[in-house]
Design a protein around this ligand. Structure first.
Ligand code: AP5
Ligand code: MG
Length: 227
């Protein structure tokens, strides 16, 4: 299955994508993680990467042309052939057009679009408490998903860190960017027959995951019936 996870910052896209990957083996592509990996390669001879880091730290979007280029390059890898989970792309109407075209060229399409809805208050608590492992990228939360040993990754024992854009001020900007630039893509997926399911992301991780699995099963059934 090819799944698209949509939702505001902190809605739980990454958390749920990781669970889907573990359960089904589909390849998880987080464009945010991809950009943070690129940012980690910053050196003085790569000034464009510094610009990219500034944009992310300010909570704005990376220009479409660059995102489209990165996505096209990434999709050349064979790991996307047997199912994928897109997290963080598309985020603008231009990106929707490019994704649709790219998939079409490859003879593919999205099987399910899951929209995780959350309110601003829930997101703020999540973002301020979020920590991640810079080495293996495992995600944690200080109160809801703490590591076994404070400040240390359970999996690879690396010191946990906080994302530069996980501050209350930047979050306000990111939520605004989501409202202005990303919400306008929703009507496109709503109009497509039986593809979008909206799930409350304010429930427990387990319940959100169960709802996603249910939605995926429904989509699978519909697909079979259409054949
Ligand atoms: P990106 O990394 O995609 O960030 P985002 O969309 O702001 O979303 P987050 O990663 O913050 O939240 P999430 O929904 O993944 O939540 P998570 O599961 O981690 O993008 C970062 C930046 O990169 C952008 O601002 C932009 O600059 C750039 N960028 C990326 N893609 C781009 C594109 N296509 N075009 C242009 N620019 C792009 O959960 C959050 C926390 O809550 C965690 O601590 C988790 O443990 C906890 N949590 C999750 N679910 C629950 C639950 N149900 N109950 C309680 N806690 C929960
Ligand atoms: Mg994420």
């Amino acid at each position: 299955m090819n799944i698209l996870l949509l939702g505001a910052p902190g809605a739980g896209k990454g958390t749920q994508a990781e669970l889907l990957q573990k359960r089904h083996g589909w390849t998880w592509l987080s464009t945010g993680d991809m950009l943070r990996r690129l940012a980690g390669e910053m050196t003085s001879d790569k000034p464009h990467i510094e610009r990219l880091c500034d944009i992310m730290a300010e909570g704005r979007l990376i220009p479409d042309y660059l995102m489209v280029m990165l996505l096209e390059e990434e999709f050349k890898r064979s790991c996307y052939e047997d199912g994928f989970i897109l997290d963080g792309f598309p985020r603008t109407e231009v990106q929707v057009e490019h994704l649709t075209e790219l998939l079409k060229k490859k003879g593919k399409s999205l099987d399910a679009v899951i929209l995780l809805s959350v309110d601003k208050q829930a997101v703020l608590a999540r973002i301020e408490g979020r920590r991640f492992c810079p080495e293996c990228r495992a995600g944690y939360h200080l109160t809801t998903q703490p590591p076994k040993k404070e400040g240390v990754c359970d999996k690879c024992k690396t010191a946990l860190t906080q994302r530069e854009d996980d501050t209350a001020k930047t979050l306000t900007r990111r939520l605004e960017v989501f409202r202005i630039q990303t919400e306008p893509i929703l009507p496109y997926y709503r109009k497509k027959k039986n593809i979008l399911t909206e799930i409350s992301g304010t429930q427990s991780v387990k319940q959100v995951s169960a709802d996603i699995e249910k939605a995926i099963e429904t989509m699978k059934k519909q697909k079979k019936e259409e054949k």
